[in-house]
Design a protein around this ligand. Structure first.
Ligand SMILES: [Zn+2]
Length: 153
């Protein structure tokens, strides 16, 4: 793997270094969320430690969206859905907690939540629980799902 600019304290840089992703393009990887708010919840992240969307060049931003579409094709084979939430919290005021750009991709299905917009409070809740184990997948389940998704592409 090529060397990328990384930040030793960043959990996403660590995930990239330990190759805990299931799909990659030249400059992006897709990783499964350790605390998924719904089945199939994953994140698209640049291989280089990049804080904000405006730090991505036009080419990189295009690559990110095109790659995301490929990731959705993979998710479609594993997680039944009829929609997706695509979301980026760009900046602390917008709820960004990890200072490394990440696009959440969340498969949706009718009536999976009481209201379609209920994914956002769940996302905030799952982030605040990252320090305790309540909503986290076990290491075993996490590796299993990553392996399954990896086998598809
Ligand atoms: Zn990083």
């Amino acid at each position: 793997m090529l060397k990328h600019q990384n930040n030793k304290k960043c959990p996403f840089c660590k995930a990239i270094l330990s190759e805990n992703f299931f799909c990659q393009s030249n400059n992006f990887v897709a990783i499964y969320n350790i605390a998924p708010i719904l089945p199939g919840h994953c994140m698209i992240i640049p291989k280089n430690h990049t804080q904000r969307v405006l730090d991505l060049s036009d080419d990189r931003l295009s690559e990110m969206m095109i790659f995301s579409r490929k990731v959705i094709e993979i998710l479609n084979k594993v997680f039944p859905n009829d929609g997706f939430n695509w979301t980026i919290q760009d900046g602390e005021s917008a709820g960004q907690t990890v200072q490394h750009v990440h696009l959440h991709i969340i498969p949706r299905i009718s009536k999976d939540l009481a209201e379609p917009g209920d994914w956002y409070p769940k996302l905030v809740e799952s982030k605040s629980q990252e320090s305790n184990n309540r909503t986290k997948l076990s290491e075993e389940d996490y590796l299993k799902i990553t392996k399954t998704l990896k086998s598809i592409n």
